[in-house]
Design a protein around this ligand. Structure first.
Ligand SMILES: [Zn+2]
Length: 332
């Protein structure tokens, strides 16, 4: 009888504690790094709210600043990334948005914004998605698991931005570098002391590290002539002429058919993943092999996730990509 009672008690204990253990372990796994190195921040955001032009709804909405940042992190970085990478992304987004806001307050907002301080068009400002739309897109399970992870990462860095000589940093970022990030001046011109080329060791592991585009030589020439009608190739001319490359290996300028293109102009013309291009012209086919994804300036998101996986905290990740910056609270 006693033995039966003992077995029943043991069974009840197992029923009670197994789910608890499971939840505790899985939360630790999902949150990997969330509870470590993240003392709750007592800081407040540099601004309480921000007006946002929501492009796909064609309306301006006033949003809580932290809530806006959560939507940017959700739209700009996979939520499965390491928490320290998500925090680095939150600080980069906060710094970027604040720099833009200060500029718009000084010079006025652009017409695309319909009076707002930022917009949700990723080609103009930063991508943004609401919690509701994110759950619609990625499912309730994503919402339950990842929205709270993203919120925690934004709140753990509350009020923190990057500054250089006391001024907020224009924290541009990209998906994946070629293994080295690019100098801002090689991509857009204009020297920015904190946007200089650095090594980004984990990028070769990114699923977006390599891509290629193959088109016929005739189609290549047509595209070039479409952009610059004066382009022409004489019999025996090499298809690709002189290429000026950055230290990181990206195209600064490229000559073909007697005309010259700058990096972004050429990349956009062919819809290339990056401007780190190697050409292979064989017969009537040209293959453009690219390394990296995006403009290559500032933080590499996949690189940040790699560094986080190596145990680096968000502030050190940011300092690795933005040379000479400080990370901390800043008030207008
Ligand atoms: Zn915009």
């Amino acid at each position: 009888m006693r033995k039966i009672a003992f077995i029943i008690i043991l069974f009840i204990l197992l029923v009670l504690f197994v789910p608890y253990l499971f939840v505790a372990v899985s939360q630790r796994y999902i949150g990997s790094g969330l509870s470590e190195n993240t003392p709750p921040s007592g800081e407040s955001e540099p601004v309480d709210s921000i007006s946002v032009y929501v492009a796909d709804e064609d309306k301006v909405a006033d949003m809580d600043f932290a809530e806006y940042l959560m939507g940017v992190v959700a739209a700009e970085m996979p939520a499965s990334f390491n928490a320290e990478a998500l925090k680095a992304q939150a600080v980069a987004a906060r710094s970027y948005t604040l720099t833009r806001m200060l500029g718009y307050e000084r010079d006025g907002t652009p017409p695309e914004h319909k009076g707002a301080m930022t917009c949700t068009d990723p080609t103009h400002c930063k991508a943004w998605i609401s919690k509701g739309k994110a759950i619609e897109k990625w499912g309730q399970e994503w919402g339950d698991t990842y929205w709270s992870k993203i919120s925690a990462c934004v709140l753990a860095t509350k009020g923190s931005i990057m500054t250089y000589n006391g001024e907020p940093v224009n924290a541009v970022f990209h998906s994946t570098s070629s293994g080295r990030t690019e100098n801002s001046k090689d991509v857009w011109g204009g020297d920015v002391p904190y946007l200089v080329s650095v090594e980004s060791p984990g990028d070769a592991l990114s699923p977006k590290y390599e891509a290629n585009k193959q088109i016929s030589v005739e189609e290549f020439k047509q595209k070039i002539r479409g952009a610059k009608p004066e382009a022409s190739w004489k019999e025996g001319d090499a298809l690709i002429g002189n290429i000026v490359k950055s230290d990181a290996g990206g195209i600064i300028s490229i000559e073909t058919g007697g005309v010259t293109f700058k990096t972004t102009e050429f990349r956009n013309l062919f819809g290339l993943a990056s401007a780190h291009v190697d050409f292979d012209v064989a017969g009537d086919t040209v293959t453009m092999n690219t390394k990296g994804n995006g403009h290559g300036v500032g933080m590499s998101q996949y690189g940040a996730n790699y560094l986080a996986g190596q145990g680096m905290g968000y502030a050190d990740i940011l300092k690795a990509y933005y040379t000479g910056v400080e990370v901390g609270p800043w008030q207008k």
